[in-house]
Design a binder for this molecule. Structure first.
Ligand SMILES: *Cc1c(COP(=O)(O)O)cnc(C)c1O
Length: 365
């Protein structure tokens, strides 16, 4: 049997008639950028998350980058981010000229709140928690620290659509929730797309102006903004997927509880879920020593897997200028050396998953 790490065609096939109808509706409408589909999606997604407002943008990186820009964070400022973050989180900070200050993750792969305070300096302006692999960070703890030190909180929700802590959704705790709708995300579009959620009318307005060349009124430009608009086609397709998001999430939860229950191999360390924090299982990430051998074994049996992520940002070539060397963040480095995402996708059949589990349980070092 051949099993890919992801199958985006399956999520389309599950509701293909609805996606096709939405696409044709847009094609025939004669209006393709920033129209009714975008404003309807913004309303529906704000309602889904419980945020007051949502602003559609071109992608998830823009959401982070524009958030810091609007909050006035740049040259000379520091932003706290976890050391095992995705590279886009860090680029969203540095593209504004600000400096990332890395804090190690906990056993749930999210920001370890016991290590935040010692990283705060007079230059610290914000915390960027990344709800990695679909699990909400300890946002209550993070918000307490942010209030104490008067810091902004920008949440990276690119992997956490619908994830909650104590019933409150990610993207509604901090000043800004940044979402990506890249096709492989839990709420994926069929191309690039992103959004922010905010609770302040002022920020809502700021993002709307910024994404469209800094103009409220066409050709009257108030500030130097950018072009980061969500298009009608992606918005219409996202509305279809959002309608089914809870059922798609439940399917992922079921698949992952199967993995948790049935994988039995002392070589494999299974993911843990923090008591107060729900996960929407963007990825099912295990840890294994001698990972290359395990990947080869799986691939010999036709099973694909992906490493999220093999190089922590502080050791990536792009951030050589920050001057970190190996050993600077040992937990993130250990994770980078041992994590592996198992095949997980909506539409994964029981037969496919049983095969993956059987092969994993037979693995011996
Ligand atoms: C995907 C992702 C992003 C970037 O989103 P794009 O839409 O690809 O720009 C940012 N942060 C995290 C954690 C992501 O997974």
């Amino acid at each position: 049997m051949k099993i890919s790490p992801n199958r985006l065609d399956r999520v389309f096939m599950a509701h293909s008639a609805e996606y096709e109808a939405a696409a044709i509706r847009v094609l025939r409408s004669g209006w393709y950028v920033l129209g009714n589909e975008v404003s309807s999606f913004e309303e529906e997604f704000a309602q889904y998350t419980g945020a007051s407002y949502c602003v559609g943008l071109a992608n998830g990186l823009d959401a982070i980058k524009i958030a810091f820009s609007i909050l006035g964070i740049g040259e000379g400022d520091e932003v706290i981010v976890q050391s095992n973050a995705y590279i886009a989180c860090v680029m969203g900070i540095t593209m504004n000229g600000a400096t990332p200050v890395f804090v190690e993750p906990n056993q749930y792969y999210n920001l370890d709140i016991t290590k935040i305070e010692s990283a705060i300096t007079p230059k610290t302006k914000a915390i960027l928690p990344v709800h990695l692999y679909g699990q909400a960070s300890d946002m209550e703890g993070i918000m307490t620290i942010a209030k104490k030190y008067n810091l902004y909180v920008v949440e990276d929700c690119a992997q956490s659509h619908g994830a909650k802590q104590n019933g409150k959704m990610t993207g509604t705790f901090g000043e800004v929730g940044c979402f990506s709708f890249y096709p492989s995300k839990n709420l994926g579009a069929f191309g690039d797309a992103g959004a922010v959620t905010v609770n302040s009318a002022k920020l809502d307005e700021d993002f709307r102006v910024y994404r469209n060349y800094g103009s409220e009124k066409r050709y009257y430009n108030r500030i130097v903004g950018t072009n980061s608009r969500l298009d009608e086609m992606q918005a219409a397709l996202l509305r279809v997927r959002l309608n089914h998001l809870d059922e798609l999430t439940n399917e992922r939860i079921k698949l992952c509880s199967n993995y948790l229950e049935k994988i039995e191999n002392s070589c494999i360390e299974l993911p843990q879920v923090q008591r107060s924090c729900e996960t929407v299982w963007h990825q099912f990430v295990i840890r294994v020593n001698n990972r290359d051998a395990f990947i080869d074994y799986l691939s010999g049996k036709g099973i694909g897997s992906i490493i999220h992520y093999p190089i922590p940002p502080h050791l990536s070539e792009a951030y050589g200028y920050l001057g970190y060397t190996k050993g600077a963040f040992p937990i993130a480095e250990k994770y980078a050396d041992t994590v592996l995402s198992l095949p997980l996708y909506n539409g994964m059949t029981q037969e496919e998953q049983d095969y993956v589990i059987e092969i994993i349980n037979k693995y011996e070092v």
